[in-house]
Design a binder for this molecule. Structure first.
Ligand code: 6R9
Length: 633
């Protein structure tokens, strides 16, 4: 490691960042290129009466200028985006910073031509192609707010997200490619727009060349529109607090939350964490194997690396296609130095045996990263020993859509404890609270909260300030509630234990149990549904649905399959239930609250310790659930 930070040094920097946040953050902010430098750092209060979060408020900057223009003089010919296609025989694309400047400017001018400008929301429903990044940066360049919707979400889910933030423009592609299959993106947008009608334009990027129907007056081919615009577009000056993007994520209610991130604080956080945690130095090839539809793709494929002038690899496909060696072959092909992926991918690859890994060189690798869920020590060791050949430190990065970037993470040089995300990043002040909100000291386990604001913190939920406060600041007054549980050991290392709310983590993707329940009860045969997570070998957690049917409906395999398809269609394949148990009734308290604790135990197969069932309105329900669950297995 060129810049390993010894433990004592990182602790000293952390102490300074908390003791003098203004001095620390104004100095840190100089890593960005400001049109007007900020004179103030954080200005915030988590108290109900005076609730506000602002950083670098009088600073003015443009995110696209930071990610592109400022690198032109020094690294215009360096590759900014290195694209690897789904099909290994497809030629990779190398987009230099100079090319990125032209592409993004053109894209920005096309958007302007459609009437888009500062503050307008634009929804992206894109495959993993460079044009997705061009579109995001083009929005940033003109001050429009992008909302990227993961291309695996259904038309229903897409329609809801388009309507929620009132997007007048949708950017998509004819089709996407993934794991040897094509995904009909334009068709899905058409279906979504039959529901969410108030859209003026659909801008369609030609990706596979498939014929797709175009609606006259509404749909525009990007490659045609781009012929008529200039390859230069001045970046819009933006206030640091102007919103950069909205990203919908799951919460504990049925309606996804539109997390809003800022321009200045967010970019600083993404850039600084990327540089520090991954110790990035040009001309390293850095690869974050996430999708741009998730926050990891926003912060660590696009904004963080490009703000740092990195070469960021963007991969269209999946880690295990056409063979489980693909991910390592891509590492060798492009001499990747840093690989950042999710434990679920590692567990899936691990199952295929070491030969797929050891048949490749991986000599270029210097550092490995993990994100999305707790990494079990077995997967950690395999990553470290087999993938990294024992040479590469593993950065287990804990963070959330809401935090903008890494919060608790090793830095190169931090002594590793497999399974622990280790220590807080600069400026992060994590605490543990018990269920009553009392702070726990020393080695302890409890609810993980953050006691002070940090620049990358989300600034709101789109259109719903009351829900923002209620969801994150009301349960424990004065702190940000993460929704995760954690344990702090005697060395002060943090171990994330998982969600403490009704959110489950399926293959590193957040899923609200209430979202799946809402989808199920929309089905004509379903009276009631309750969804819980259960431990799953590869996915981390699987989705277990208890379904009560309407009177007279036959509970058979055909209906079970139909309900699985139904959820896929309503939300998307990532929400497909792993198990559906037909239940004559659900265990409820006398006040009508479903006792999920019991449902979780049954789903886990831990039926010996159901705990106290005496508060149930009808204890007989549990007996029926148990006999049905045994029949199911
Ligand atoms: C970045 C991202 C956030 C939730 C978070 C937590 C889990 C993420 C983790 C981790 C343990 C890690 N999580 N990284 N748990 N160790 N290194 O994943 O954002 O999709 O919003 O999910 O993921 O439960 O609360 P997001």
């Amino acid at each position: 490691m060129s810049n390993a930070t010894p433990l004592a040094d990182r602790q000293a920097v952390h102490a300074r960042s908390l003791a003098d946040p203004d001095g620390f953050w104004l100095e840190a902010a100089t890593r960005l290129d400001w049109m007007t430098a900020p004179s103030r750092a954080g200005d915030w209060s988590f108290d109900r009466d005076d609730f506000h979060i602002r950083w670098f408020e009088d600073g003015v900057l443009n995110v696209a200028a930071n990610c592109i223009d400022r690198h032109l003089a020094t690294r215009g010919d360096q590759v900014a985006i290195l694209w690897e296609g789904d099909d290994p025989t497809t030629a990779p694309r190398h987009i230099t910073y100079a090319e990125l400047h032209r592409e993004v400017s053109r894209f920005a001018n096309v958007l302007k031509g459609l009437g888009a400008g500062k503050g307008d929301r634009i929804t992206l429903y894109m495959p993993m192609i460079p044009e997705a990044a061009f579109a995001m940066l083009a929005c940033a360049r003109i001050g429009a707010v992008h909302s990227v919707v993961f291309a695996g979400f259904s038309a229903e889910a897409l329609a809801g997200r388009i309507a929620d933030c009132d997007s007048r423009i949708v950017i998509t592609a004819d089709q996407g490619r993934r794991g040897g299959r094509t995904i009909a993106l334009k068709a899905c947008v058409d279906e979504a727009l039959a529901i969410a009608r108030a859209v003026d334009h659909v801008l369609v990027v030609r990706a596979t060349g498939a014929e797709v129907p175009m609606t006259a007056g509404r749909d525009i081919w990007y490659h045609e529109a781009a012929l008529n615009v200039a390859a230069d577009c001045p970046p819009e000056p933006m206030a640091a607090e102007d919103p950069l993007f909205i990203l919908y994520t799951s919460g504990s209610t049925g309606k996804p939350k539109g997390v809003v991130h800022s321009t200045g604080g967010y970019l600083l956080w993404a850039a600084m964490t990327h540089a520090t945690v991954f110790d990035y130095t040009a001309p390293d090839v850095y690869w974050c194997a996430a999708d741009i539809g998730w926050v990891t793709g926003h912060s660590y494929i696009v904004y963080g690396p490009l703000a740092n002038g990195a070469t960021t690899l963007m991969y269209e496909g999946v880690p295990n296609w056409p063979t489980p060696a693909r991910i390592w072959e891509v590492v060798d092909r492009h001499r990747v130095t840093t690989l950042y992926t999710a434990p679920t991918a590692l567990r899936a690859l691990m199952k295929e045996g070491d030969a797929y890994v050891t048949g490749t060189s991986r000599a270029s690798l210097k550092l490995l990263g993990s994100v999305g869920e707790p990494i079990n020590p077995e997967a950690w060791r395999w990553y470290h020993d087999v993938v990294g050949g024992g040479r590469c430190p593993v950065m287990d990065t804990w963070w959330q859509t809401e935090t903008g970037g890494h919060m608790i993470t090793p830095l190169p040089g931090t002594p590793a404890k497999p399974g622990s995300a280790s220590l807080p990043f600069h400026g992060v002040d994590p605490r543990l609270l018990d269920a009553e909100g009392r702070e726990l000291d020393g080695a302890a386990e409890g609810n993980l909260v953050i006691a002070a604001s940090w620049p990358g913190q989300m600034r709101g939920l789109w259109g719903d300030p009351a829900r923002f406060f209620d969801a994150y600041f009301s349960l424990y007054p004065g702190v940000y509630t993460t929704g995760d549980g954690a344990r702090r050991d005697a060395d002060g290392y943090w171990w994330i234990t998982g969600r403490v709310d009704d959110v489950i983590n399926v293959s590193g993707h957040r899923m609200g149990t209430a979202e799946v329940e809402s989808a199920l009860v929309l089905h004509a045969d379903v009276a009631e549904a309750a969804v819980v997570g259960f431990p799953h070998d590869v996915k981390g957690q699987g989705i277990y649905a208890y379904v009560t049917l309407n009177a007279g409906v036959a509970a058979d395999e055909t209906l079970r399959a139909a309900l699985r398809d139904w959820v896929r269609r309503e939300i998307g394949p990532i929400a497909t239930p792993d198990a559906i148990q037909f239940a004559p009734g659900l265990p409820k308290t006398r006040s009508g609250k479903i006792m999920r604790r019991i449902l979780r135990k049954i789903a886990e197969g831990d039926t010996a310790s159901l705990g106290d069932t005496s508060t149930l309105a009808d204890p007989g329900v549990v007996k029926a659930l148990l006999s049905e669950s045994q029949a199911r297995v």
